[in-house]
Design a protein around this ligand. Structure first.
Ligand SMILES: [Fe+2]
Length: 117
């Protein structure tokens, strides 16, 4: 049933929130498909089958990217995180050790401590 995907009563959710759920669920399904195609590519010994599966996997990656782009356009906070964390060099999730970086300060404000490194 479609309403099984909500954690709150659907009558309390506005259209925009329901669209968020639709897109987030779609992105999850696209990545699940990517994982399945990837595993099948790894398992097959037939180069033609591998090429076909790769084509299909890459299309699912495009679908996932389109969903992420929709979310980015709706959520300024997500846009900010993507801009700060994607297409960077060096260790992923690295922050300054002196605790002065923005993310550490943000977490301190919530009293949840320093993010794991
Ligand atoms: Fe897809």
């Amino acid at each position: 049933m479609a309403s099984d995907q909500y954690h709150e009563p659907i009558e309390l959710l506005d259209e925009k929130t329901q669209d968020f759920t639709r897109i987030i669920k779609s992105i999850m399904e696209e990545f699940e498909a990517v994982d399945w195609y990837n595993q099948r590519m790894s398992a097959t010994k037939d180069p033609q089958v591998k090429a076909l599966l790769k084509h299909n996997r890459d299309e699912e990656l495009e679908h996932a990217a389109m969903g992420i782009e929709w979310l980015r356009r709706q959520l300024p906070e997500f846009d900010k995180e993507l801009r700060e964390n994607l297409f960077t060099e060096g260790p992923i999730g690295h922050h300054d050790d002196d605790g002065s970086d923005e993310q550490t300060q943000r977490h301190k404000g919530l009293n949840i401590g320093k993010p794991k490194r």
